[in-house]
Design a binder for this molecule. Structure first.
Ligand code: MG
Length: 407
């Protein structure tokens, strides 16, 4: 059963008439439908020439926080090499994978893209090390968590519209952005917005299928690109990865098809086949689950068990791969050394702004909740801005002498 995506009804005399605008795509009955969106916190006229989820996607791309992703760490701190993923290139890879799978399943591509493009907006500089340090600084003041911060960015911190703070995204995009939330945080958020995106963490329902998909695509993207970056950096060896069945299988198949292929071409072909297998596996196993669960609408899917994901076999293999990446790459002494330095930068910046708020821009310095203002300010920094601020405020060099870039 399919229903049609809307979005053309309000175009009036716009140049975007149905005559020269692409026909609406067929959406599955369980897809999020912009015509039935739960709406925006601040009501707005319907968009012309695009639907509500396209408008969300476009607002995210034009936001300041989105541009900052280019100089934020994924795993390797930004100055370590020009070819490693940053939050921005990671984000684009997530969006690409998510769109491909959405098309295969009849889900709303623009919604899944909006969620993917926004999913890391709340990340601090220096990746998880930055978040851990900021969370420790905020322990007695409500903590810091990057998913909550992503929602704060799109709800409050972006200031570019005359009538409201934030980007005023639709409920469906906000629901996807709030991927995780503790019960304590969910209680706080639902006090302010009873039917908001945190309510599902209290009532035990699932997010939309598009939100579930963006989450799976995130995992697929970083598992693949962290192998690429890990090997490129010299910290991860193919020998350590070959123990993992999903790598071993494709490695053998590539060498069978291309005897003698070596080095980066071999690695890229293994990664390409791994990703293709995962895309097809998620499409096939999700389609099977959806056939069994038979949700008749996006809301019906929220009441059912999570449907988007790998087959049991591939889920097990991917989990094994993650364990190897954790052991060999994320906990590699050289990565840990850099992340320890990054934590120190965040701690020292926090202390410096707490001691002298005037070191921050006036609008942050003037806020009543000083700790949250500092957290928002630091979370918004790029790696290189945070590094510059650290130099300015402490006179010290955070990561020792700059290392030559690996290319
Ligand atoms: Mg991510």
């Amino acid at each position: 059963m399919v229903c049609r995506a809307g979005g053309n009804a309000d175009q009036g005399t716009s140049v975007f008439t149905t005559g020269n605008w692409p026909a609406s795509r067929a959406l599955a009955s369980y897809a999020s439908n912009p015509e039935r969106s739960r709406g925006r916190r601040h009501p707005e006229p319907r968009p012309r020439g695009r639907d509500e989820f396209q408008r969300d996607r476009d607002r995210i791309v034009h936001s300041t926080a989105f541009r900052r992703l280019v100089y934020k760490t994924q795993v390797f701190v930004n100055h370590e090499g020009d070819l490693f993923r940053t939050r921005l290139t990671h984000t684009l890879e997530v969006a690409q994978l998510a769109r491909s799978i959405a098309r295969g399943l009849g889900l709303h591509e623009d919604l899944v893209e909006a969620i993917a493009l926004a999913h890391d907006l709340g990340h601090t500089p220096f990746g998880h090390a930055g978040q851990d340090a900021l969370n420790a600084c905020m322990r007695a003041h409500g903590g810091f968590e990057h998913n909550l911060q992503s929602l704060r960015v799109v709800d409050e911190l972006e200031q570019r519209y005359p009538g409201f703070d934030g980007l005023n995204l639709s409920f469906e995009s906000r629901e996807g952005i709030l991927k995780h939330c503790s019960r304590a945080d969910a209680h706080g958020l639902t006090l302010r917005e009873p039917d908001g995106p945190a309510a599902r963490f209290l009532d035990g329902t699932r997010p939309s299928l598009e939100a579930q998909l963006a989450n799976v695509a995130d995992e697929m993207a970083y598992n693949a690109h962290d192998i690429d970056d890990g090997v490129r950096s010299g910290l991860l060896s193919m020998d350590s990865l070959i123990d993992v069945s999903v790598v071993r299988r494709h490695h053998a198949a590539v060498l069978h098809d291309h005897p003698g292929l070596a080095a980066r071409r071999l690695l890229f072909e293994v990664l390409r086949r791994m990703l293709a297998e995962q895309v097809h596996d998620v499409i096939d196993s999700t389609a099977t689950r959806l056939e069994e669960l038979a949700p008749t609408s996006a809301d019906a899917a929220r009441q059912l068990p999570a449907a988007v994901g790998f087959s049991d076999q591939l889920a097990g293999e991917v989990a094994a791969l993650k364990r190897v990446l954790m052991r060999e790459l994320y906990r590699h002494p050289q990565v840990v050394e850099t992340t320890d330095a990054a934590r120190e930068v965040v701690r020292q910046l926090f202390a410096a702004y707490l001691g002298d708020p005037k070191q921050m821009p006036a609008d942050y310095a003037a806020r009543d909740n000083r700790h949250r203002a500092i957290a928002d300010y630091i979370a918004g920094m790029t790696d290189r801005y945070a590094t510059r601020e650290y130099r300015r405020l402490t006179g010290r060099e955070p990561f020792g002498a700059p290392t030559p870039a690996v290319t």
